[in-house]
Design a protein around this ligand. Structure first.
Ligand code: NAX
Ligand code: K
Length: 493
């Protein structure tokens, strides 16, 4: 688990590292920019390409100057520096790197507030204008320059954070930000990189280690964290010799209608492949042939389930929200005593009847996508706001809320909020949520706690997608993912 820290805490981590390592501030900048350059060289291997490094006059600008010098030392032959002198205040680290650059043969253009921006012929722009020191949206000449640079549609690689973007405070949608193809960021991704609004500013990010004190970072007060592979490895138990189907629980899936039987099949298939000992699916009678043909391992159920024989319940995929579906949900809430996952239409029914929502047992897992989330908890003006709500609701209701997205967010009853980084845009296709529900219920049935099942389930789901993408899938079908998950678990152990 890696804590996500704010811009202010990052500054404190810089200061702590400088004082305690010890290392000078400019030494830390040198280390950060060396890490940047290693990643940059992987991204842009052609040494004769024209590169313009746009620098501000604070420490982000200081980074830019050091990067220009380091690239030149690594035989990039067409590097120039453009200093946007929107203010006359310079930081000592900027000044020191400016002196070093002046000793080299690098072209340096200084643009002052009343100057026109010169024509730009470089193919690559490095954005080192402003970083985490941003304290207000861009305005005046700086905004005008960045708007002009955006209009050139060059390949832009940003240092630490795109100029004009706040790291953790909500960003105004219409404020100017320097659009980046890639952000090479220091030590940790910033909270806002993990939220969908960032797509308006940046296409991708990579975090590089700059050797900030990890003990200090992990001791920062933060309720936000990234899930790491090692956290998930700790969760998984090996299948023991002499274990049998009874050891791995019995999953109950209540899903599907005549026209959405596929949702039930996908949930059940993922459940099987995640290792549920037995799986029973309560489905509409019209789905029986499909179930028996496609998934002979799954038992079908109709009418009233004998609740006590099941170890875990998943309810909702393709279930509909009509009166019979509401009756089924009420029945489950009244009678089932084991761990539950509520998904899709189950969530929609909970959203339309809050008295039902109040019956959801503590430690249940809810797996909404953003629309279902807003139906449950009201509309939100931005994702930062949504995270606050999920944190509060998870705490008050003692639920595990899994908000599905490119980086799925998991809020726990403890108030901690985890971001999962596995997964790929190739997974953005119908039925993926049903598969996640199947994976999670199978983990619950096998005796993993709700928190473990949610975290490991989300991680595995994304990891299965990454594995398929590596095999050459440009789009991943949910049924392929449901098949892959058994291999993902194998690869994981
Ligand atoms: N030793 C260190 O402190 C290190 C700093 N690092 C770099 O330092 C950056 C932060 O540097 P700074 O704190 O100097 O800040 P920036 O370089 O991001 O910004 C410089 C100054 O611009 C001004 N400013 C803020 N918003 C503005 C706006 N909208 N319009 C005009 N001016 C504005 C502020 O006075 C701010 O301090 C990080 O993003 C990172 O790139 C890294 O080199 C790691 C080491
Ligand atoms: K920047």
């Amino acid at each position: 688990m890696q804590k996500i820290i704010t811009a202010t805490q990052t500054r404190q981590a810089d200061q702590f590292t400088i004082a305690n390592e010890p290392i000078s501030s400019v030494g830390l900048m040198e280390r950060a920019t060396k890490s940047f350059v290693v990643k940059f060289m992987e991204e842009v291997p052609a040494k004769n390409i024209m590169i313009a490094v746009y620098c501000g006059t604070g420490n982000n600008g200081g980074d830019g100057l050091a990067i220009a010098r380091l690239l030149s030392a690594r035989n990039y032959t067409n590097v120039k520096v453009v200093i946007l002198q929107h203010s006359f205040k310079t930081s000592p680290e900027f000044d020191e790197n400016f002196r070093s650059v002046q000793k080299l043969n690098l072209p340096v253009h200084i643009i002052q507030s009343d100057d026109e921006l010169p024509a730009e012929t470089s193919e690559i722009i490095i954005d080192a204008v402003l970083g985490s020191g941003l304290n207000k949206p861009l305005e005046g000449i700086l905004k005008q320059w960045i708007d002009q640079l955006n209009a050139l549609h060059k390949k832009v690689i940003a240092v630490d954070i795109p100029t004009g973007m706040f790291a953790d405070e909500p960003n105004q949608a219409d404020s100017t930000k320097f659009k980046a193809d890639l952000v090479i960021t220091f030590q940790r991704p910033k909270l806002n990189f993990l939220l969908p609004e960032s797509a308006l500013v940046m296409k991708s990010w990579e975090a590089v280690d700059i050797g900030l004190d990890e003990h200090f970072i992990q001791s920062c007060e933060s309720e936000l964290a990234l899930i790491e592979e090692k956290d998930i490895r700790l969760i998984f138990k090996k299948r023991e010799n002499f274990s049998h189907k009874g050891t791995f629980g019995h999953s109950l899936i209540i899903a599907g209608k005549d026209e959405t039987m596929g949702a039930a099949l996908l949930t059940a298939e993922a459940c099987l492949n995640t290792g549920s000992g037995l799986t029973t699916a309560f489905i509409p009678p019209s789905g029986l042939i499909a179930l028996n043909t496609r998934l002979p391992e799954v038992m079908a159920g109709f009418g009233e389930p004998g609740w006590q024989k099941y170890s875990a319940l998943a309810i909702g995929p393709g279930l509909g929200t009509d009166d019979p579906a509401v009756a089924v949900l009420k029945n489950a809430l009244k009678n089932f005593r084991g761990p539950c996952v509520f998904d899709a239409d189950a969530l929609n029914m909970l959203a339309s009847d809050k008295s039902l929502f109040d019956l959801v047992p503590e430690q249940s897992i809810l797996t909404p996508h953003v629309k279902e989330f807003d139906r449950l908890f009201g509309s939100h003006k931005n994702w930062n706001h949504r995270i606050k709500t999920m944190q509060q609701e998870a705490r008050e209701r003692e639920l595990i809320i899994v908000l599905k997205n490119r980086y799925t967010i998991i809020a726990l009853p403890t108030g901690m909020v985890y971001f999962n980084l596995t997964g790929t845009p190739a997974m953005a296709s119908g039925g993926m949520g049903d598969v996640l529900t199947g994976i999670i219920v199978a983990l619950l049935a096998q005796g993993y706690s709700a928190i473990q099942a949610a975290m490991a389930g989300v991680y595995l789901h994304g990891k299965a997608g990454n594995e398929l993408e590596e095999l050459g899938y440009s789009v991943i079908r949910a049924s392929e993912l449901a098949k892959q998950v058994s291999k993902t678990i194998f690869n994981f152990k």
